[in-house]
Design a protein around this ligand. Structure first.
Ligand code: C2E
Ligand code: CA
Ligand code: CA
Length: 365
């Protein structure tokens, strides 16, 4: 929502509301609005027989509820506006310099990310998923951005932005296609052919109208065995439009693809949705595994998730398993599938394949 009010002379105040609950999202929304205002004002206009051009200097301050009084907000915006004039006009400045920097960095990252998706600067790492102490069942594919200057950038630094700026389908499709191609290549190697690949699917990607067709298309194009593909969904996917979600899952499931519910315990799952959806696995979030030996509540939660999975007829895997103690605790409460540094870090393809070759020589020697 946008309110514009003249303050007299050549000054106007614009109030933008409902820009989001996160400060950074709201700041980004404000930045976008400023760009639009500056662009619109920059168009030349005709008055009688003369052409005029105007520029504007914008000062931005953020507010949430009534925490800062009206007078203070106006002073902050005014100060920011004078900084903007001093900086050369026809620009916007934030009152809070830290916010200013964050917004600029995000804008630069956005440009960089769009370029990276075009030229494909991404790579998949593979992290082992084990049953019991030493049976390797498969991997989780985890994306990294191979940035020419910044080196390997972890997904936490770009996936959310990809979702916000509408790039997640393109990137997610690349991940799915790459994972399916990998499955097809491993199918021809006796030491690798039993492995499954779990792929993370973001909510936006899953809800896209052509998601199911795209997944089935990649299976067909690559010749991958769909029974070796596991899609990791998050609880947020199961909270909206559940009938449609279940229909999509069921179509994929009927082709052999299976589903794991990632980060389980951190979101809001409805038990009836859990029961209705064709899931195969719950994945205990690493935040519970981390302190399972020292925090009584985390131990109770881990145990409850195992029991819940049991009663829903699902299998259960724990992520973030770093120590033998954590693994033994999980085994005692009935969780026998594990992923974590204890078994192996996420590795690039060639290192992961060497790791598997090493496991084989251990078994055969
Ligand atoms: P996630 O799906 O929960 O993945 C597990 C994260 O835990 C990974 O972080 C992994 O490197 C890390 N991890 C694995 N073992 C351990 C351990 O023993 N201890 C600890 N402390 N951490 C461990 P990573 O690779 O940085 O990925 C972060 C998140 O980015 C993932 O969390 C997932 O939500 C997202 N992500 C990764 N790849 C993709 C992708 O292809 N598509 C989408 N949409 N999201 C992805
Ligand atoms: Ca995951
Ligand atoms: Ca997880």
């Amino acid at each position: 929502m946008l309110w514009v009010q003249s303050l007299g002379g050549d000054e106007f105040v614009v109030i933008l509301s409902e820009l989001g609950s996160l400060e950074i999202d709201a700041a980004h929304g404000a930045e976008t609005a400023c760009s639009k205002i500056l662009l619109t004002l920059s168009h030349p206009y005709q008055f009688e027989d003369l052409e005029y051009k105007i520029t504007a200097s914008v000062g931005v301050t953020m507010f949430c509820g009534n925490a800062t009084g009206m007078d203070d907000l106006m002073k902050q915006a005014d100060l920011a506006m004078y900084r903007s004039k001093a900086a050369g006009r026809n620009a916007a400045q934030f009152f809070d310099p830290v916010m200013e920097l964050t917004v600029r960095e995000r804008a630069a990252l956005e440009v960089d990310l769009r370029r990276a998706v075009e030229v494909n600067e991404f790579v998949l790492y593979y992290q082992a998923q084990h049953k019991g102490e030493n049976q390797l069942l498969g991997v989780e594919a985890l994306i990294r951005w191979q940035h020419p200057q910044r080196g390997l950038v972890p997904p936490d630094q770009f996936i959310a932005l990809c979702e916000d700026i509408g790039l997640i389908n393109k990137l997610g499709n690349w991940v799915l296609y790459t994972a399916c191609s990998q499955l097809a290549r491993w199918a021809e190697r006796p030491e690798m052919c039993h492995l499954t690949i779990a792929v993370n699917v973001s909510a936006r990607q899953f809800h896209h109208v052509s998601f199911v067709d795209e997944v089935l298309g990649f299976i067909k194009q690559t010749g991958a065995d769909p029974r070796k593909l596991k899609l990791e969904l998050t609880e947020s996917i199961l909270v909206t439009d559940i009938d449609n979600v279940i229909a999509k899952m069921s179509t994929l499931k009927s082709r052999g693809i299976c589903f794991s519910l990632d980060d389980f315990g951190t979101g809001f799952s409805s038990l009836s949705y859990l029961r209705r959806s064709p899931l195969d696995q719950l994945k205990i979030d690493k935040s519970f595994v981390r302190d399972v030996l020292t925090d009584h509540n985390d131990a109770i939660i881990a145990k409850a998730i195992v029991n819940l999975a049991d009663s829903l007829g699902l299998n259960v895997i724990a992520e973030g398993v770093e120590t033998v103690g954590q693994r033994d605790f999980l085994a005692r409460v009935g969780c026998h599938y594990y992923q974590g540094y204890l078994f192996g870090r996420p590795l690039p393809l060639d290192s992961f394949e060497s790791y598997v070759a090493g496991l084989d020589s251990l078994v055969t020697s």
